[in-house]
Write a protein that binds this ligand. Sequence first.
Ligand SMILES: NC(=O)c1ccc[n+]([C@@H]2O[C@H](COP(=O)([O-])OP(=O)(O)OC[C@H]3O[C@@H](n4cnc5c(N)ncnc54)[C@H](O)[C@@H]3O)[C@@H](O)[C@H]2O)c1
Length: 275
Amino acid sequence: MEAMPGDKPDRGRVAIVTGAGSGIGRATALLFAERGASVIAADIDEVAARETGALAKAADGTLLAVRVDVARPEDAEAMVAAALGTFGRLDVLVNDAAVLVSKSAADTTPEEWNRVIGVNLTGTYLCSRAALRPMLHQASGVIVNLASPHAFQTGRAIAAYAASKGGIVALTRQMALDYGQHGIRVNCVSPGAIDTPMLRADIQQGVDWEANLAGWERNQPIGRLGTPEDIARVIVWLASPDAGFVMGATIVADGGLLAQLLPYTSPRSKENTPA
Ligand SMILES: NC(=O)c1ccc[n+]([C@@H]2O[C@H](COP(=O)([O-])OP(=O)(O)OC[C@H]3O[C@@H](n4cnc5c(N)ncnc54)[C@H](O)[C@@H]3O)[C@@H](O)[C@H]2O)c1
């Protein structure tokens, strides 16, 4: 389809976003809709997915809300079938849905471990597997996965989540190799601390969560938390033809969080900071 002047850049494209009921997933679904894409907003929380739908509709976007548990193979298949049945094709899959358990390996129960790995890592595999079928048939498509700084440098008491995110980075690279020659690009985004319900729920487990929040703000060299829209713009760029040569990559969008060797607020890093 030839773009007309003033036309929306994603008109005619179909995008599935999992975890679209909240945070980064919601912002991504809304940005795709704003850019003219037909969007499937998939979330285990159907009410939240519908709220995203209402926001898209208010902004004149096309969005279908579906309930999906990404950890269930039949749900992943049904989600892709809904995209094909409603919009006739599938161009983009964003694997955003995730859960977090703040516990060390010894404290994590096998049930908690299986749920975190099941949603974050197996869910990414299941939704990709379902989406790859029509993408291979079309010989085109883009998959964007969500990693985390915990895939690279981590903290205490976050064993299953860190393992799941490390797995997602490896799976991203691996799938890029298998499908690159079939016209399908697979990439990953690693956000820093982004102000979403997931981050707030995690830091509220601390005794002084306001101090905790301020600590995260200080600890990112950019001096603030990220917004869901900061990350949505990176995801949408990765899915666009402008990123046509980006393949198997993890794009770090973290306000400088991973760039530092020492905590940004440590005495040594202050010494080294030019006035
Ligand atoms: N917020 C951050 O600071 C941060 C940092 C790094 C990476 N991330 C990653 O970004 C992504 C989005 O995070 P967020 O902060 O927006 O989270 P969020 O908790 O605000 O939203 C996650 C959404 O996923 C949905 N979900 C959970 N389990 C599901 C399942 N089984 N099936 C379908 N949907 C399910 C939830 O209902 C929720 O709507 C996640 O992959 C997360 O790991 C977030």
